[in-house]
Design a protein around this ligand. Structure first.
Ligand code: DGY
Length: 328
């Protein structure tokens, strides 16, 4: 029997791809693709695709790929994929939920701590040779126990951030389309607020939402103005949730005291003004960047590709509810 063909757009850690290659014909393209046009040219003949979060998989690519059955996205966010087009073209789409929750929540706290306690600016200060000895007023931050943390988006990652807040003794609020069950709110020690109220009541606001047309620029000029003077914005979700030019303005006027960012509106480009700001901590999209998690993400994708292409089953992580593949 001829084996189905899979295009993998990266060199992935772990042995998932090796295992996949035992049951499918796998072509690994470590350099990925530069555009959807390039992907559309490559895809015909492939039955499965494993893209990264910066690879746009839209109507053009999906339409060009006559044999494509499944796209297993190497990310939990699927804003790079046109799900509606995938549904139309009868292509299963899966992602990697769950496996990166804890690491992303940890990194969110790394940004919160760095922003409030000068971890990165203190390191820069010392390396510049500016440290001449302990002093009562040197680089004063803010006590975690004095702040209110506002979580926007209470999915898996938002809840994992809330869970850690209790250990730090941080008071929290959350804003979310759907309310968490009462017992869950109680266990997390948090309360739901409307977004506008949360913004005005929080000293740190952290974003944990998927990017789609309803959340693009959710944090715009108006909502930044609604944040507490002297507050801090943390974003480990997706850059375009925030109007980056408006954020730069809010940081420049001093309305916001700082920001901790792992993602950018025009990633990998970063607004040049952010690069010069001492009160901003900038990371290169490291939320899920641990060896363990990146291996688990690869395993999820390769398992889903195998489920569809070899077993002819619908994977549990199918996001487009493709109807032509029976449920296991
Ligand atoms: C995701 O999975 O969506 C992250 O942004 C990368 O791990």
């Amino acid at each position: 029997m001829t084996r189905k063909r899979v295009l993998v757009l990266a060199d992935l850690p772990g042995r998932g791809v090796e295992r996949l290659a035992e049951v499918c014909e796998v072509e690994v393209r470590p350099q990925g693709v530069d555009s959807e046009d390039e992907l559309a040219e490559l895809l015909p003949g492939f039955h499965g695709l494993l893209p990264l979060l910066m690879h746009r998989v839209g109507d053009k690519a999906l339409g060009a790929a006559d044999n494509l059955e499944v796209v297993a996205n190497y990310a939990v966010g699927v804003d790079n994929i046109d799900l509606e087009a995938a549904r139309r073209h009868d292509v299963v789409v899966t992602n990697t939920p769950g496996v990166l929750t804890e690491d992303t929540a940890d990194l969110t706290w790394a940004l919160i701590l760095s922003s409030l306690r000068g971890v990165v600016s203190g390191d820069r200060f010392l390396r510049r040779g500016d440290y001449y000895g302990w002093s009562p007023k040197l680089l004063l931050g803010r006590s975690l126990q004095s702040i209110v943390l506002g979580i926007v988006g209470a999915g898996r990652i938002g809840q994992a951030v809330l869970h850690r807040a209790a250990a730090f003794g941080v008071e929290t609020l959350y804003a979310s389309r759907t309310r968490l069950p009462k017992e869950r709110e109680k266990a997390l020690g948090t309360e739901r607020r409307e977004l506008a109220e949360l913004l005005g009541a929080s000293d740190v606001v952290s974003l944990h939402l998927p990017l789609d047309e309803t959340t693009r620029h959710l944090i715009d000029r108006r909502r930044l103005a609604a944040m507490r003077p002297g507050s801090v914005l943390i974003n480990t979700a997706r850059g375009p949730l925030v109007d980056e030019a408006a954020l730069v303005e809010a940081l420049t006027t001093g309305h916001l005291a700082g920001a901790g960012l792992d993602v950018y509106e025009h990633e990998p480009r970063v607004h040049p003004d952010l690069l010069g700001m001492e009160n901003v901590v900038l990371l290169p999209h490291l939320g899920s960047a641990t060896r363990e998690t990146r291996i688990r993400m690869a395993d999820c994708c390769c398992e889903d590709l195998t489920t569809v292409l070899v077993e002819g089953q619908r994977p549990a992580r199918d996001l487009v509810c493709n109807l032509s593949i029976p449920r296991p």
